[in-house]
Design a protein around this ligand. Structure first.
Ligand SMILES: *[C@@H]1O[C@H](CO)[C@@H](O)[C@H](O)[C@H]1NC(C)=O
Ligand SMILES: *[C@@H]1O[C@H](CO)[C@@H](O)[C@H](O)[C@H]1NC(C)=O
Ligand SMILES: *[C@@H]1O[C@H](CO)[C@@H](O)[C@H](O)[C@H]1NC(C)=O
Ligand SMILES: *[C@@H]1O[C@H](CO)[C@@H](O)[C@H](O)[C@H]1NC(C)=O
Ligand SMILES: *[C@@H]1O[C@H](CO)[C@@H](O)[C@H](O)[C@H]1NC(C)=O
Ligand SMILES: *[C@@H]1O[C@H](CO)[C@@H](O)[C@H](O)[C@H]1NC(C)=O
Ligand SMILES: *[C@@H]1O[C@H](CO)[C@@H](O)[C@H](O)[C@H]1NC(C)=O
Ligand SMILES: *[C@@H]1O[C@H](CO)[C@@H](O)[C@H](O)[C@H]1NC(C)=O
Length: 334
């Protein structure tokens, strides 16, 4: 009790001695350049003095840190630097954001108060603190991606999208709102947070867009009796499609009736070990996933049908000939 009262009185007495008429008149104080320090670094606050100076002190806002050689601050991070008589400087170690603010070096010189004010600015590198998790959604869904960052100054956030077409800028800001997402909008999204204090903080997230299969390749083939025959079917789908094969309405099974079904990723093969006359015909490849299913007809032709095709192509020149003849006849009428 006695101690704290004594301390208060002492503060007041010293304040009066060191800063008669605090705050100093505007003409006596001058704002120096701001000091910018990164969080965790040390800040050096310099103050120049001369032989006419009788009393000196450093203040953090209105709290005395040092009065002459005497330390008033209880903060161990604040130290007085042993310097020449022309300098009265302090160091603040391991600077934190709450240290930001005005610091004043107060001088009594020739019985005139003077003060040097420095503004300590504490910078904090941009850091992403919360970002959306990888997501899988169905085509057509509305999707919101989030990326929250902290830092001083306030970091900016930009989004980029990496797809088959490369890396493209999407938007600026904490949120990306995608209405009715398409499969082209699937892929990796990058959230880049920066404030020029240090390297940007970057986080990635994966957006998977589910869509029903569509068959991109279903080619009919010709195979002679006694040969190995293959029918192929390829489907684009997310999740990857499962395949089934039918001949007319009959489902085919792997290993039965001399056929093998081989599925590899997005494509399926129906393999005939030894094609026979009964194998010729119309097959159906069905591709399905949880989003839906689709099918395509694939025909296994015998070599005989080649003749039909050549006959069909042979008939083309004759019909062209007929057309030319008709045009010539039409023109001759005039
Ligand atoms: C110092 O920082 C303050 C507060 O951030 C700002 O208002 C002022 O313009 C800065 N002065 C200089 C010289 O940078
Ligand atoms: C400066 O004052 C602020 C506010 O009172 C305090 O939070 C901070 O720790 C002080 N910093 C130093 C280095 O004294
Ligand atoms: C991140 O943000 C989400 C949504 O605002 C919230 O539910 C979650 O608790 C946050 N996570 C962390 C670690 O702050
Ligand atoms: C997606 O957003 C649009 C426009 O905001 C809205 O009309 C639509 O109903 C939403 N769709 C779903 C599936 O929520
Ligand atoms: C294919 O089947 C035919 C008749 O069923 C048979 O004669 C022939 O040896 C078989 N070929 C092979 C390579 O198995
Ligand atoms: C099937 O997969 C292959 C290899 O992964 C890829 O090159 C091809 O584009 C895919 N096709 C479709 C239709 O998705
Ligand atoms: C094969 O069958 C499908 C339906 O099962 C039918 O739509 C298609 O026309 C048939 N193709 C041929 C060449 O007969
Ligand atoms: C193929 O698709 C058609 C129409 O989409 C459907 O009517 C038919 O049942 C399907 N066939 C098979 C074998 O799934």
């Amino acid at each position: 009790m006695y101690n704290s009262v004594c301390f208060l009185i002492l503060t007041w007495v010293i304040a009066m001695l060191v800063f008669p008429g605090v705050p100093a008149r505007s003409g006596d104080s001058f704002l120096k350049d701001n000091i910018t320090v990164r969080q965790g670094d040390n800040a050096l606050l310099k103050c120049t003095v001369d032989s006419k100076v009788s009393r000196v002190a450093w203040l953090n806002r209105t709290t005395i840190l040092f009065a002459g050689d005497e330390k008033w601050s209880l903060d161990p991070r604040v130290i007085l630097l042993p310097t020449a008589h022309t300098e009265y400087s302090i160091k603040i170690q391991n600077v934190d954001v709450h240290d930001e603010g005005p610091y004043v070096c107060s001088i009594l010189s020739n019985k005139l108060p003077k003060s040097t004010k420095v503004h300590l600015i504490v910078q904090v590198p941009a850091k992403i603190v919360n970002v959306s998790k990888d997501i899988a959604v169905n085509e057509g869904s509305n999707v919101t991606l989030m990326c929250l960052a902290i830092g001083r100054p306030e970091p900016s956030i930009i989004w980029k999208h990496r797809s088959a077409n490369g890396l493209k800028f999407v938007t600026e800001g904490e949120y990306v709102e995608i209405t009715s997402i398409t499969k082209e909008q699937s892929g990796e999204y990058e959230c880049i947070s920066s404030n020029d204090v240090s390297a940007p903080d970057v986080r990635m997230l994966q957006v998977t867009v589910n869509y029903p299969p569509f068959i991109s390749k279903a080619r009919s083939t010709r195979t002679a009796v006694g040969q190995r025959g293959v029918l192929q079917c390829e489907a684009s789908a997310v999740p990857v499609a499962a395949f089934e094969w039918y001949k007319e309405d009959r489902k085919l099974f792997n290993g039965l009736n001399g056929v093998k079904i081989e599925n590899k990723g997005n494509h399926s093969m129906l393999i005939f070990f030894n094609v026979s006359e009964e194998d010729y015909g119309n097959y159906t490849c069905v591709a399905m996933n949880k989003m839906g299913n689709t099918n395509a007809s694939i025909i296994l032709y015998g070599p005989g049908t080649i003749n039909d095709v050549s006959r069909a192509s042979l008939s083309q020149p004759s019909s062209l000939c007929l057309l030319v003849t008709l045009i010539v006849l039409y023109l001759l009428k005039f």
